[in-house]
Design a protein around this ligand. Structure first.
Ligand code: G1P
Length: 292
C-alpha cells in the first residue's frame, strides 16, 4: 500500500445558481477573492501539500478554468516586451507543470459521488485527494497538508471535519465520533444531510478527503441518496465496512465561498491580510461601517 498522494480531484462542474447572474457566463470557481479566482486558492493548497497531478471534473461552460491553468502565451510575450517582470513571475508561479493537469467532463449534474467517479480512469489504482472548490481553507499549514500527516501515520481514508452549530447539521455530511488518535478520531458513522435532530454529532465533512481507490467500486453502483443525487458520503459509508476512516479536526479558518456571506467574508479576510492593501482597505471598511 502506497503512503503517497500524488493526485487530487477538483469537482468543478457545479452550476453556481446561487451566484446568478455572475455565473451565467463565468464559472463560479473563477469568481475572484481579492485578485485570485477561488479555484486558484484550492489548487495552491493541493500543490503546497505535494500534489503532482491536478484533475478537474468540469462541465459545459467551464472551459475558462482550463485556460486559467494554461500558459497565456500572447499575454506573457507582451508582458516580457514591456519588462513587466513582477507580473510574469506571478503567472509563472501559478502555472502547473506541463502534463500535470487533466480535465474530464461530468456530462450531467448527478451529484458529487458521480463527479468523483468520472475521474476513476485518471486516478487508477492509487489513493488520492478530493478538494471541494467552494471551501477556501486558510491556515498556516494547509488543510490537505494537515490531513496527509494523518494519512502517512495510518494509511487509511482521512476526511477533514469541523464543528458546526447543531441546527446547521442538516446542511452537511455528518460523521459519528469514535476513538481519538492525536488530532484525529475514528469515524463510526456517516450520513449526508441528516434530518433535523438526527445527526450523530456536530462534526461535519468540510470538503477535503483522502480516499483509497476502492471507493470507485461503490461509486460505480450509482445509487441515489440525499436530494436524489449520487452522494460521495454514501459510497464512503459502504467502504467503511471494509476500511478505516479517520476524521481529522482541521485547524484553521474556512470560508464557504458557495454562500454569499462566506464569499464576501473571504474577500474581507484576504484583503485585510495583504500588506499592500490592508491599511487602505481597513480604513474603507471602517468608513462604511460608520455609515451603515
Ligand atoms: C458536500 C458534501 C457534504 C459536505 C459539504 C461541505 O455537500 O456532500 O458531505 O459536508 O459538501 O461543503 P454540498 O455542499 O455539495 O451540498
Amino acid at each position: 500500500m502506497t503512503h503517497t498522494i500524488r493526485k487530487a480531484v477538483f469537482p468543478v462542474a457545479g452550476l453556481g445558481t446561487r451566484f446568478l447572474p455572475a455565473t451565467k457566463a463565468v464559472p463560479k470557481e473563477m469568481l475572484t477573492v481579492v485578485d485570485k479566482p477561488v479555484i486558484q486558492y484550492i489548487v495552491d493548497e493541493a500543490r503546497e501539500a505535494g500534489i503532482e497531478h491536478f484533475i478537474f471534473v468540469t462541465g459545459r461552460n467551464k472551459g475558462v478554468i482550463e485556460d486559467h491553468f494554461d500558459m497565456a502565451y500572447e499575454l506573457e510575450a507582451t508582458l516580457k516586451s514591456r519588462n513587466k517582470t513582477a507580473e510574469l513571475e506571478l503567472l509563472g508561479a501559478q502555472l502547473p507543470m506541463a502534463g500535470s493537469t487533466s480535465f474530464t467532463r461530468q456530462q450531467a449534474p448527478l451529484g458529487l459521488g458521480h463527479a468523483i467517479w468520472c475521474a476513476r480512469d485518471i486516478i487508477g489504482d492509487e489513493p488520492f485527494a478530493v478538494l471541494l472548490p467552494d471551501m477556501i481553507m486558510r491556515s498556516k499549514k494547509g488543510c490537505l497538508a494537515q490531513m496527509l500527516e494523518v494519512f502517512r501515520a495510518t494509511g487509511d481514508n482521512v476526511i477533514a471535519v469541523e464543528e458546526c452549530e447543531p441546527d446547521m447539521a442538516h446542511q452537511y455530511g455528518i460523521v459519528g465520533v469514535g476513538e481519538a488518535r492525536g488530532k484525529a478520531f475514528e469515524i463510526t458513522q456517516m450520513v449526508e444531510k441528516p434530518a433535523k435532530g438526527t445527526a450523530p454529532s456536530n462534526f461535519y465533512i468540510s470538503g477535503r478527503y483522502v480516499l483509497q481507490p476502492e471507493i470507485f467500486k461503490f461509486l460505480a453502483m450509482q445509487e441515489k441518496g440525499a436530494g436524489g443525487e449520487i452522494q460521495l458520503t454514501d459510497a464512503m459509508l459502504k467502504l467503511m465496512s471494509r476500511q478505516k476512516f479517520w476524521g481529522m479536526k482541521y485547524e484553521g479558518e474556512t470560508f464557504d465561498t458557495g454562500s454569499k456571506i462566506g464569499f464576501l467574508a473571504a474577500n474581507v479576510a484576504y484583503g485585510l491580510s495583504r500588506p499592500e492593501l490592508s491599511d487602505g482597505f481597513r480604513a474603507e471598511i471602517e468608513r462604511l461601517l460608520r455609515k451603515a
